[in-house]
Design a binder for this molecule. Sequence first.
Ligand SMILES: C[S@@+](CC[C@H](N)C(=O)[O-])C[C@H]1O[C@@H](n2cnc3c(N)ncnc32)[C@H](O)[C@@H]1O
Length: 346
Amino acid sequence: MITADNGEPLHVLDLPQLYMKPSSQDLLKVLEILTVQPKTFGSVARDVVKPSFQSAEVSRYLTSIISSSLAWFDSDELREVVWDAAAARLSERAGRTAMPALSRVFNIPTSSGEEFALTLHEPSLTADNLGMKTWVSSYLLSRRLHSLFDSVPELVLSDHTSNNTVMEKPSIRALELGSGTGLVGLSFAILGGAAASIYLTDLPAIVPNLAHNVTLNSDILLKSNAEVNTGVLDWSVVPQPAPTKEERYTVILAADPLYSPDHPKWLVQTVETWLSRGLDARVVVELPLRDAYLPQVREFRQRMEDIGLAIVEEGKESGYDDWEGADGGSVEVHCWWSVWGWSEQL
Ligand SMILES: C[S@@+](CC[C@H](N)C(=O)[O-])C[C@H]1O[C@@H](n2cnc3c(N)ncnc32)[C@H](O)[C@@H]1O
């Protein structure tokens, strides 16, 4: 008795009660239904619709399973499986920071209106490793990347979905700063296909999962003839000697990179170090406009202008992060996206 036709939340008393000694199959079936789906920042229509339960009661129900001896089961193995599933459901309800490792699928549009899917692994979070999760501004930026390919003439590249021109050597060298789980950089690689190469970078603790996510998506990357590499690039370190003209990048991408007072300075000095000086050079950034970090956003803008960059295109948009608000719903995040080029070249 676990479905409601009228869409009303079900009560835990509709679930198999332990005093009735339910079978392990019945309990596992219910525990599967109680799985909390990881959010993908996408439209609600794409999410799997499952019966909803009154949530406060569910945690109590799960705890009762974990603390039960399940003495009527035939084997310790079955008990372990049920306890593990109940513990997993409980931690999924404890908020994103307490959630176990998870994988999410993100759907990214191409300019032809089709979409491709990227699967990203996110290890369980620790407070100081923000790059272990995918942030909403990277989702918004990935979804608008195809329009960048359309609007910047130098970026009109082969479209992997229509088997257009396949170039022998990548003509666009791109760099992503603070890639995290890699959503923006991987989207860029697939949209760029054989005509682009991208280097996804982050701090040492983040790069192993980033590299893992490249491997997870190797089929679609291979199909797109995309060239993707990963490595460490710490914005606080100024490379000596400075990169040569050939080592610089035509496109630099960054999503949600500002959350400490040092970040605007470090990020802009990294842009200045690595951005090529040509007419086609572009920096593409998407920043969430969180109140606490607005001074960093202003400082970033000023520092970009101070080194001679100017905005080519900009806009605002909103998305929903997967942190829960006080009411248990998703939190709306307002973001600012901007595309920059050298001002004397505009
Ligand atoms: C809020 S996360 C955003 C991750 C990803 N771009 C996204 O939007 O999902 C910020 C990222 O910047 C990286 N980061 C912070 N300081 C850095 C530094 N000094 N050098 C390189 N990366 C840094 C973090 O490790 C993290 O991956």
